[in-house]
Design a protein around this ligand. Structure first.
Ligand code: ADP
Ligand code: MG
Length: 226
């Protein structure tokens, strides 16, 4: 038992460290990206190939930080009563500009007084990863709709997009580490999301049709406000 305790303490220290490193590393990555892009614009063809590879690798590093550590905070293990509406107000603040860049719209219908128990940073990380995938799946006239309600002592949250959709082979592989169909994907987003939802005693299901869109449903045990 002694070993177990030490192990989880170590894990805690590692995740705290990872969280602060992520925040510190993101800025120099962006600055480096800017300089390399400047140099690339002035280069001959042959060197451009290497500079573009360097840019892609920098983007991959940023992608890993986004999928894992967007909301990572030093107080990793802190569990409280979460107000779903309040959480989604923060999540939308990050994602609406990202959706606008893709020419997509996000609409939400989330009532007051939906509560679950969990870690606020991790909850946000999980939903940012799900909604980011929806945004990345959109083409023109893209729409993402979020809604939530309580049913049978569970808080149900739905995210529906009219993006490219998935066939059964892709659906079966969701959450597998490094499974990605994107040139700049990490294939880590849903792995992290599934893990967070599981830890929070939640369930996640995907319904999708190629060329039509995707609906993600997540349920958590509901609690009363404390
Ligand atoms: P990444 O986004 O880095 O590729 P994820 O784990 O977030 O990794 O997603 C894995 C794959 O699942 C994506 O590459 C994509 O093919 C598929 N996917 C996930 N969500 C959606 C969605 N809403 N619409 C279409 N495809 C999706
Ligand atoms: Mg993703």
């Amino acid at each position: 038992f002694n070993n177990e305790l030490q192990r989880s303490e170590k894990m805690e220290i590692i995740s705290e460290l990872a969280a602060s490193v992520a925040h510190e590393v993101r800025n120099p990555l962006q600055v480096t990206r800017g300089f390399i892009q400047l140099i690339a614009e002035k280069q001959e063809r042959s060197d451009k190939v290497y500079l573009n590879m360097a840019l892609e690798e920098l983007d991959r590093a940023s992608g890993i930080i986004t999928d894992f550590l967007t909301f990572a905070k030093p107080e990793v293990g802190n569990v409280t009563t979460l107000d779903i509406l309040e959480e989604f107000i923060h999540i939308e603040g990050i994602l609406v500009p990202m959706a606008n860049l893709q020419g997509g719209k996000i609409t939400a219908d989330i009532p007051n007084e939906l509560y679950i128990v969990g870690n606020s940073s991790k909850f946000k990380q999980a939903f940012v990863n799900i909604i980011k995938n929806s945004i990345e799946a959109l083409s023109d006239e893209g729409d993402i709709h979020l809604w939530a309600y309580e049913e049978k002592e569970q808080v149900c949250i739905h995210i529906k997009d009219n993006g490219e959709g998935m066939d059964e082979e892709v659906l079966a592989r969701l959450g597998e580490p490094y499974f990605s169909n994107k040139t700049k994907g990490t294939g880590l987003g849903l792995m992290v999301t599934f893990r967070i939802i599981e830890v929070m005693n939640g369930k996640i299901t995907f319904r999708s049709e190629k060329g039509i869109g995707t609906e993600v449903s997540i349920r958590f045990p509901a609690v009363k406000k404390s």
